[in-house]
Design a protein around this ligand. Structure first.
Ligand SMILES: Cc1ncc(COP(=O)(O)O)c(C=O)c1O
Length: 401
């Protein structure tokens, strides 16, 4: 009676959501935990976006819409791709909208991957990629890129990972969990590898496009290598850029055949994303973008603070990333040590468990992102809390023998 499908048995619950729930439970029990595990900006959704949603409610935009997005939102997305990325997508045929970036990626993979197909995923990776692939019966093929290579894969690694069974390569820049970002030259070099493998599709997850600190501009593959445009799905969304994680709007630009297949799947699952959230997303994309700079400036101060403090902790090596709001310290120097309570730190999962128990700081262990030993720190919180958290991490790590 309680038998589950083989597909559901192939996937795990999200490790980041699990750690965030664990920290929330401890807090609710009155324990002073600092949560650095959640993947969302601590800023509020901008007022002009909220106003767009309120106006939509008042105007009666409260009914079903086109399955994969209103014409207005699709036009706003096409204009965004042209403005920010120099990409020319047909709003009606080449743009799709889903219930968050996760849903868009899920639709793309489920619509195209058959059992036995391979999907190449640079590690450390966003937690959901391998599970979404596994759900279809496809095989995730990770490529390990450690701190020594700035958490970025090389063209030679990419070439070696591609086989005749490869269906997709998933690229995420800036990356969750490492914050690493490929510049135009690095992307171009990876693109040249893909040009030599015409059977492979590319999904670029640009969710952190606007959380960006480098002097050079953000780049995406379809812009850098236009010859790949017709086999690239450019995924983006409102969650991180506009602090709209709860509104659930993600979108993509890509070949018409794929957008159509994704809409077909969506028509038999969620139907349209919330009509009011779509109006808010259109407002976000059409509205002033200058507030992004002030938010990035604040994030950059925090990045420098956290990377600086964690690098002072003996046993941690914390690269300073170019984007997103995470750092991913390598913890090789701490593995094999013992805690004052006698427990052995034999993995990054044990280290994250020790940090929540002894330091009251919630981080996510690197194993969840496919590259160990390390852990992810989200610095989307106040400087005061970040200072306190890093001090606690430092104290707990120094106590390891
Ligand atoms: C790399 C990456 N892609 C996609 C998503 C999904 O975003 P959304 O909340 O819009 O589903 C996230 C969210 O954490 C992410 O970090």
């Amino acid at each position: 009676m309680t038998r589950l499908s083989a597909a559901i048995d192939r996937i795990q619950p999200s490790a980041t959501l699990a750690m965030t729930a664990r920290a929330a439970k401890l807090k609710a029990d009155g324990i002073d935990v600092i949560g650095l595990s959640a993947g969302e900006p601590d800023f509020d959704t901008p007022d002009f976006v909220k106003e767009a949603a309120i106006a939509a409610i008042r105007e009666g935009q409260t009914k079903y819409t086109n399955v994969d997005g209103t014409p207005r939102l699709k036009a706003a997305i096409a204009a965004k791709f042209a403005r920010d990325n120099g990409l020319d997508y047909d709003a009606a045929a080449e743009i799709g909208v889903g219930v968050g970036g996760k849903h868009v990626i899920f639709n793309a993979i489920v619509a195209t991957v058959n059992p036995g197909d391979e999907v190449v995923i640079p590690a450390p990776y966003w937690v959901s990629y391998p599970d979404i692939v596994a759900f279809t019966g496809g095989a995730p093929v990770p490529i390990a890129a450690g701190a020594d290579q700035g958490y970025k894969i090389t063209p030679a690694q990419l070439d070696a990972a591609i086989t005749p069974r490869t269906r997709w390569v998933l690229l995420n820049s800036p990356s969750n969990p490492s914050g690493a970002a490929y510049d135009a030259d690095e992307l171009g070099a990876l693109g040249d590898v893909l040009l030599a493998h015409p059977h492979v599709m590319l999904l670029t997850d640009d969710m952190y496009e606007h959380v960006w600190y480098a002097d050079r501009p953000f780049s995406t593959m379809a812009q850098v290598r236009p010859a790949l445009r017709d086999r690239t799905l450019t995924v983006n969304g409102c969650s991180k850029a506009y602090a709209m994680t709860g509104w659930r709007i993600g979108y993509c630009g890509g070949p018409a055949w794929l957008i159509k297949a994704m809409a077909k799947l969506q028509s038999q699952s969620t139907s349209n994303p919330c009509s009011i959230a779509q109006a808010a997303a259109a407002g976000a994309l059409e509205g002033p973008q200058d507030f992004l700079r002030a938010r990035n400036d604040a994030f950059k101060v925090r990045r420098d603070l956290v990377a600086g403090l964690l690098n002072e902790v003996p046993g941690l090596d914390c690269p300073t990333p170019d984007g997103a709001f995470y750092v991913y310290p390598d913890a090789s120097g701490l593995i094999g040590r013992s805690a004052p309570d006698g427990r052995r730190i034999d993995s990054d999962e044990a280290l994250a468990g020790y940090l929540i128990d002894a330091a009251r700081v919630a981080v996510v262990h690197g194993g969840a992102f496919g590259l160990s030993p390390a852990f992810r720190v989200s610095y989307a919180t106040s400087e005061a809390l970040l200072r306190e958290a890093c001090a606690r991490i430092g104290e707990a790590c120094t106590a390891l023998r």
